[in-house]
Design a binder for this molecule. Sequence first.
Ligand SMILES: NC(=O)c1ccc[n+]([C@@H]2O[C@H](COP(=O)([O-])OP(=O)(O)OC[C@H]3O[C@@H](n4cnc5c(N)ncnc54)[C@H](O)[C@@H]3O)[C@@H](O)[C@H]2O)c1
Length: 446
Amino acid sequence: MRIVMVGAGYVGLVSGACLSEFGHEVVCVDCDPGRIAALKEGRIPIYEPGLQQIVQANGAAGRLSFSTDLSGAVREAEAVFIAVGTPPRHGDGHADLTYVYQAARDIAEGLNGYTVVVTKSTVPVGTARAVQAVIRQARPDADFDIASNPEFLREGSAIEDFRRPDRVVVGCESERAREVMREIYRPLFINETPMLFTGRESAELIKYAANAFLATKITFINEMADLCEQVGADIKDVARGMGLDKRIGGKFLHAGPGFGGSCFPKDTLALLKTSQDHGAPSRIVDAVVSVNDARKRAMARKIAAAFGGDLNGKTVALLGLTFKPNTDDMRDAPSLTIVPALQALGATVRAFDPEGMAQARKLMDIETCEDAYETMQGADGLVLLTEWNQFRALNLVRVGQLLRQKLIVDLRNIYAPAQMQSYGFRYVSIGRAAVQPPSTLAVAAE
Ligand SMILES: NC(=O)c1ccc[n+]([C@@H]2O[C@H](COP(=O)([O-])OP(=O)(O)OC[C@H]3O[C@@H](n4cnc5c(N)ncnc54)[C@H](O)[C@@H]3O)[C@@H](O)[C@H]2O)c1
């Protein structure tokens, strides 16, 4: 099938590349000429493991191409996916649909023969209907349907998620559109992927409800972590004990510095706005948003306390800037709140991130280093903020030699307190008692 993917970002590029791998002919269109020029030269504008290989392979096979000419590409297509950004609108948190409607107008120009236009961007309830009206107004003659097909992939494992999704959700209102969508995802039938057909409003709401639920799970375990610290419990044990209950499940029960990223913060805000606008306010989501915002600020205070309360003149070595590992995405990363807060308290922050430093330098005034160990040279302590694999097995003897004080604040709980203690560190983590090094052990470890 001939498919156009509008928007060659984290979702559009991965989805387009994976659909071409299924055997479809895909043109990825973006309004950013620099992005398209880079893709045509084989350069991938984002970091996503495995993406380069499938873009290259399917480009070479002639199934995947790139263009800035949207209406030209649409002329040849049977299905057109809208995968442009839907950032929060300034002021009220509602999803900004400017890019979606611009894409809809450009698509309308090119429509030629029966075409299914699919909203893959995360868009508020009612957007598919509104996109239909925009296109109908521009092209009263056009033969098209609108389907909603929200995307659930996760950055960092996006390709595997697209190839093996838990489910594919499609909202549409005609059998003709349903047939086209079935044909597009037919290769997934081999893995027996459930394909859920719903109305468009339900499909749109499923995406927000799923993200808000996951954000709630994270926020719940974060609050339990605070309680653990007060009562002498260990959040890792509590989360495991909860997660083994099949009704709860162990995923998204990792306590940390608060959720961030390109989806949860904006999608919870947008859901709040939708629920208020429709007279069905969600007090749970409201609490999740404010608890999470407060948590990121509290993390800076937790770090300051671990460093002795006064950060003036102190240097903090910080590992991990992106909102999670295996991505270069800095959107709403906790580091964007925590680093400026530490600086405001007088600290110098020296950071390293395997993929996020170029983006981070654009967003904050921060000293970046060439590798993890360089951040630690003469620093007053180390903060672990994002759990990249390469930070999970640091050479702890070397860490201890480089730092001026043997202090580690681990906001992802990637180390075991007993191990830290045996290496002579004072170790502060989330939802577990801080450990102090018995001085004899500290000497023995060195
Ligand atoms: N990033 C994720 O993990 C993820 C996961 C699921 C869903 N989503 C949703 O998918 C959508 C896209 O997110 P993203 O992270 O890929 O965004 P992104 O910012 O990485 O990519 C969007 C791309 O669209 C392009 N664009 C904007 N307007 C255009 C137009 N009129 N014509 C052509 N191109 C246009 C931009 O230049 C940009 O390259 C959002 O609604 C998001 O909420 C994202």
